[in-house]
Design a protein around this ligand. Structure first.
Ligand code: PLP
Length: 394
């Protein structure tokens, strides 16, 4: 067994995640090398809040979408100058606390005319200039129509405490089509040109959530080098370039994380080999893998997969027939006590599970720094408290 996993196993007898900072930094370097030099990076904290601090100096910005994420970033000491406060609903009291805080220097996205009014009101109340990025909709509940953005921009001289720095746009995730990227970039370029002509407005920034894909499953066909170089060529063709900030979550975080779970029982039911783990779908969920429709990259720690010929269905510990992590995967003969490793689990996997069903604990989280130092950054977390009634007579 690798020394690191042995060290963790001595302290932790249940499932755990490990985030590897060397891998994370290598990934950011790879992205920078394969994207145009002028493209900056914004990390969407939702993908994995636990690694944000580690990349404080490796990305230009952090996208924060909820009061919880804002608190986490404050607690770990992310510089507010690097924050873009996004989010379809911006809790007024939380936004007011930010605006009233002298030291807060973040940017706000504007997702609706109501949010625009909220920010205008707070800027007036606290006599403060706020930098804002109106968010252009992608035909969803997010952002605003072009006409609403044009209205805000054309009236910008009347609301001079809001400094409109550019546009934000996010259109989806796991995108693999260069045709789609071309369509989007041409659309954005056209919209910026329209703002130039109709409102004499020159955007200084375009913050663009590209939704670059991650290959999670065996059989995925992704030529990432070709995708990124094709994307870069399209971006290069933009006739006039504002500051371009690419807002990425999973593409930055996925590869740095692995999930480990122990085999706790083995059985054969109706000819099918089942291995039961102490984890489950409350710990790990892969994008698009509902009911184990696809196979993530899984191995048995310290064992060779070569020549594995038995087909296993790996299940979690929830009393739910949906709790299947992998179906019919070829693995060596499994025994209780074996540890399974799930790869590419650094983004969303550990937060998108149905954590509260069955009131089981959430896994511990470990982090390995580049110098090999190992940290536990979250103990196993009990959820039973959340599901226990507390009677308060009113
Ligand atoms: C505004 C915004 N930016 C960035 C992201 C990150 O997406 P991804 O993790 O696919 O890069 C999201 C994801 O929902 C988002 O809503």
């Amino acid at each position: 067994m690798p020394e690191l996993i042995e060290r963790i196993s001595e302290k932790c007898d249940s499932s755990f995640y490990v985030f590897d900072v060397s891998e994370l930094k290598k990934r950011i370097k790879f992205l920078r090398e394969h994207l145009p030099p002028y493209a900056e990076l914004c990390y969407a904290v939702k993908a994995n809040p636990f690694i944000s601090k580690e990349i404080e100096n490796d990305v230009e910005r952090f996208e924060i979408c909820s009061p919880g994420e804002a608190d986490i970033c404050k607690t770990i000491g992310i510089d507010s100058k690097k924050m873009v406060i996004s989010g379809i609903y911006k809790t007024p009291s939380v936004i007011e606390a930010m605006v009233s805080d002298e030291s807060f220097k973040g940017i706000f996205t504007v997702e609706s005319l109501r949010q625009y009014d909220l920010l205008c009101g707070l800027a007036d109340k606290y006599d403060k200039t706020l930098e804002v990025l109106p968010r252009l909709t992608n035909d969803s509940q997010f952002g605003m129509d072009e006409a609403d953005i044009e209205k805000i921009i054309s009236e910008r001289h009347n609301r001079s405490r809001l400094n409109i720095v550019g546009i934000q746009y996010f259109s989806g995730t796991q995108k693999t089509s260069l045709k789609k990227f071309r369509r989007e970039i041409e659309y954005l370029s056209g919209f910026l040109a329209k703002l130039r002509e109709s409102c004499s407005f020159e955007a200084r920034e375009l913050e663009y959530g590209t939704g670059f894909p991650v290959s999670y499953f065996t059989g995925d066909k992704l030529d990432e080098n070709a995708l990124l170089s094709g994307f870069s060529e399209i971006l290069d063709e933009l006739p006039q370039k504002p500051r371009i900030i690419l807002e990425l979550g999973r593409s930055i975080a996925a590869s740095c994380g692995k999930y480990y779970t122990h085999i706790v029982d083995i059985k054969q039911n109706k000819g099918q080999h089942y291995a039961l783990t102490d984890g489950g779908m409350h710990h790990i969920v892969y994008y698009g893998q509902y009911m184990a429709m696809k196979q993530p990259f899984v191995s048995v720690v310290g064992r060779d997969n070569a020549g594995a010929d038995k087909q296993w269905t790996i299940c979690g510990s929830l009393c739910s027939m949906n709790d299947i992590l992998v179906k019919q995967i070829s693995l060596p003969d499994l025994e209780t006590g074996d540890i399974l490793c799930f790869e590419n689990a650094g983004a969303y996997c550990m937060t998108e599970g149905i954590s509260l069903l069955l009131s089981r604990d959430l896994p511990a989280i470990y982090l390995v720094r580049e110098n090999g130092d190992l940290y536990r950054i979250r103990e196993p977390f009990e959820t039973k408290q959340i599901n226990t009634p507390v009677y308060e007579k009113l």
